[in-house]
Design a protein around this ligand. Sequence first.
Ligand SMILES: Nc1ncnc2c1ncn2[C@@H]1O[C@H](COP(=O)(O)OP(=O)(O)O)[C@@H](O)[C@H]1O
Ligand SMILES: [Mg+2]
Length: 364
Amino acid sequence: DSVIQNLTVNHGVNLILLAIIRLMLVTILTVLPAFLIIWLVSNKYIVKPINSFIQITRVISMGNLGQRVPVLTTDELGQLAQNINTLVQNSATAFQNMANYLRDEKLKERELAVANEKLQQLDKLKDEFVSIASHELRTPMTAIKGLISMIFEGDFGPINKQIQDPLNDIATSTERLIELINDMLDVSRIEAGRLRLTFEDVSLNSIILEMVKLLQPLARQKGIELKAEPFDDRKVRTDPGKAREVLNNLIGNSIKFTDKGEIMVKAGQRENLMYVFVSDTGLGISKENQQKLFNKFSQVSDNQLGRPRGTGLGLYISREFARKMGGELWIERSEPGKGTTFAFTLPLTPLNQPSNMLLSNSYV
Ligand SMILES: Nc1ncnc2c1ncn2[C@@H]1O[C@H](COP(=O)(O)OP(=O)(O)O)[C@@H](O)[C@H]1O
Ligand SMILES: [Mg+2]
C-alpha cells in the first residue's frame, strides 16, 4: 500500500516538472525572439541615431558649424535632430555676425589711424606754412611801416590834405597786419614748442609805467582815463618782452572794449608771486563767454560791433606767455555792462639771489 502511495507521489512530481519545462520552453521560444526583435528595432531606430548625434555634435562642438545632424524621421528623435540643427545654424549666424562686426571695427580702426596720421602731417605742414609765411610777410610790412612814418614826418615833403585820410587808413591797416603777423608767429612758436624766453630780474613797476605811457594816447583818443596805481615794487624774474606783450594785450583790450570811464592797472605781491590786475569800466563779458575767450580766434560777437577787428589770439597768447613764465592769467571779475578785471601773476625774484643779470635762455 505504501509502495503504491510512493509511486503515485513520484508520478505527481514528474508531472509538475514536465509542466515547468514545457512552460520554460514556451517562454524561451516566444520571449526571446520578442527581445531580439525589440533589440534590433531599438538599435536601428534609437541607439544608432543617438550615436550618430553624439558623433556629429562632437564634430560641431569642435568648431565645425557647417555640420548638420541627419533628420531621418518625423518622431521625437527627428524633432531633436531638427532642433539641434536650428541651434547650430543660429550659432553659426551669430558667430558670422560677430566676425563681420570685428572685421569692420578693425577696418574702421585702421582707416582712422591712417586719417589721423594724414591730419598730423597736414597740421605740421600748416604750422610750418604759417611760420614761414609770417616770417616772410614781416620784412616787407616793416618796410611799409617805416615808409609810412617817414611820409607822416614829412621826409618826402608836405602831405597833401586830400591824401591825409587814405594815408591814415593805410597806416591803421598796416598796424593791424603787423599785429596779425606777430600773433600768428607767436601762436606757431607756442604750438611748435619753439617759444624762446629770456629770463631777467626786472622791476615790474617800470614795465607797467612804460606800457601805460605807450598806450595813453590810444585811451585819450577815446576819452578814457588810463592809470597805474603805485605799488610796493619788487623785482620779478620774467621775460620782459613777453611781460610787455601780455600787458599790451590786456590794456589794449580794455581800451578797445571800453567807451567811457577808466582803466586801472594795479599790482601787489603775495607769497612768491606778483599779481597784476587790469580793470576797466567797459562792455564786460558774460559768464558763458568767459572760458571760451582763451581759445584761439575766439571773440564775443556782441562786443565786436563798431570796434577794430582783432585776431582773437591775444588772450590765448597772453595766457600761454604767463604760464610759460611761471604764472597764470585769468578773468578775475567781469559783468556785462559794468566792466572787466583781468589778472595775471609773475614769479618774484628769490630774495637771496643776485638780481638784474641775464639768467637763462630757454625754449618752452
Ligand atoms: N576787457 C575786455 N572787455 C570786454 N571784452 C573783452 C575784453 N578783453 C577781451 N574781450 C573779449 O575777448 C575777445 C578775445 O580777446 P583777444 O583774444 O585779445 O582777441 P582780440 O582782441 O583780437 O579780439 C575779444 O574779442 C573780446 O570779445
Ligand atoms: Mg586783444
